[in-house]
Design a protein. Structure first.
Length: 146
């Protein structure tokens, strides 16, 4: 299958195949007015089956990359300018997740008052985050996004 190169934009590579469409939804890619190419279930030594997304004329903010880290923590962003890769970034889970993850504790203040959630990532290797307000720990593979 041939997919044309992009002149300027971002290629998100090494997305676990099961998470490819979650990444596209999370980043709002279906609402963009620029070309977006999504490929899925490609063989990868790094993640088994992988997805890849090419987004023309879009460069992601640090906040968007932080959101991406919850769904695809080891994805690689290739920044393309004039058809050349000018930078590669491996998505890393930040120490804090602000306004990204919803607390699964129904009595947490963040579920009952209009306020931004805040989680500390307490175990990056196993994907465990802890609510700043109620101390409830959550598995980042099972969280609901805000």
């Amino acid at each position: 299958m041939l997919v044309s190169a992009i002149e300027n934009g971002t290629v998100i590579d090494h997305i676990p195949a099961a998470k490819t469409y979650n990444v596209a939804n999370l980043l709002g890619l279906f609402a963009l007015g620029t070309p977006v190419t999504i490929g899925n279930n490609y063989e990868s030594e790094k993640v088994g089956k992988k997805g890849i997304i090419k987004v023309s004329d879009k460069f992601f903010t640090d906040e968007e990359i932080s959101r991406l880290s919850v769904v695809a923590p080891k994805a690689v962003l290739n920044i393309i300018k004039n058809y050349e890769v000018v930078e590669k970034k491996t998505v890393e889970t930040p120490d804090e997740l602000r306004g990204i993850v919803k607390c699964n504790n129904p009595v947490c203040i963040t579920n009952n008052e209009p306020m931004t959630t805040l989680f500390r990532v307490v175990d990056k290797a196993n994907g465990i985050c802890k609510c700043h307000y109620c101390d409830k720990e959550q598995d980042m593979n099972k969280v609901e996004l805000c």
